[in-house]
Design a protein around this ligand. Structure first.
Ligand SMILES: [Fe+2]
Length: 257
């Protein structure tokens, strides 16, 4: 997903004014608006953290969990409902602000450690998380509400000179009945773009976290050209300056680590 630690902090700070204007501040909105995790709704979130801590115990750039661990975490996430993480479809993050030019994406940050980070992305209808990468990372994504189009690519091993060649992995609509999608450092659709067909909530568990100081910041791409072939579809991707904005809230859930 598209935000590193530094961007989380920046986004959180920059979003505070907007959140007040919209009355979206979780601490003030929880009782009246619903859809905000509370102490009584943390058990599933704690379980996600506990399982993920095991799965990502050896996480480092390029790390790929064992298949048995992928099955374990995916299996748990597959059975997860929106209500299990203390959210519901009435939360304001799923409604577009008519005063804005495009629907705002909101990230509710649940927990992190040096090995992993997880939370949920809330997308009003038609919101887009543009094409971005996950350098050296493994990401579990489970849609908890709504349906979204996911288009993903993996890099083709060519020298990185300007635009880079990538092979299309996924170009499909997923919804809350879909199983957990897992991407890996070099396959599974390491670069992806989300477009909300309806209001959506998607939970992401990823590791190791983005790290700007290690040269693993999130990068965004535009598709410059495509071509088809007998062995699949390909695209030339060119890195572009990030103009994507996201509202971020740290939920302060007192996860037992
Ligand atoms: Fe992502």
């Amino acid at each position: 997903m598209p935000i590193g630690v530094s961007k989380l902090a920046a986004a959180s700070a920059s979003s505070s004014q907007r959140s007040r204007r919209r009355q979206r501040n979780p601490s003030s909105a929880s009782s009246s608006l619903g859809g905000i995790p509370t102490a009584s709704k943390k058990s599933a979130i704690q379980t996600i953290y506990d399982v993920s801590k095991d799965v990502f115990a050896a996480a480092a750039p390029g790390f790929q969990p064992l298949p048995s661990d992928v099955a374990r975490l995916s299996g748990f996430l597959n059975g997860l409902k929106l209500q299990d993480v203390g959210l519901d479809a009435s939360m304001p993050y799923l409604r577009a602000d008519p005063d804005e030019g495009h629907p705002t994406v909101t990230y509710l940050h649940f927990a992190d450690s040096p090995k992993l980070t997880f939370g949920v992305f809330c997308l009003p209808e038609s919101a887009v998380i543009p094409l971005h990468d996950h350098p050296g990372m493994t990401v579990f994504s489970k849609i908890l509400l709504g349906s979204m189009h996911i288009k993903s690519y993996d890099w083709v091993k060519t020298p990185p000179t300007g635009a880079r060649l990538a092979k299309l992995k996924t170009d499909t609509i997923f919804d809350a009945s879909s199983e957990t999608v897992v991407l890996y450092p070099e396959n599974g659709g390491n670069l992806h773009c989300f477009t909300a067909a309806t209001p959506c909530v998607v939970l992401d568990v990823m590791g190791p976290p983005y790290c700007q100081t290690q040269g693993r910041d999130c990068a965004y791409y535009d598709v410059k050209a495509t071509r088809g072939g007998e062995d699949g579809q390909y695209a030339w991707l060119k890195q572009v300056r990030c103009t994507f904005k996201i509202d971020t809230f740290h939920m302060g859930l007192n996860i037992r680590k």
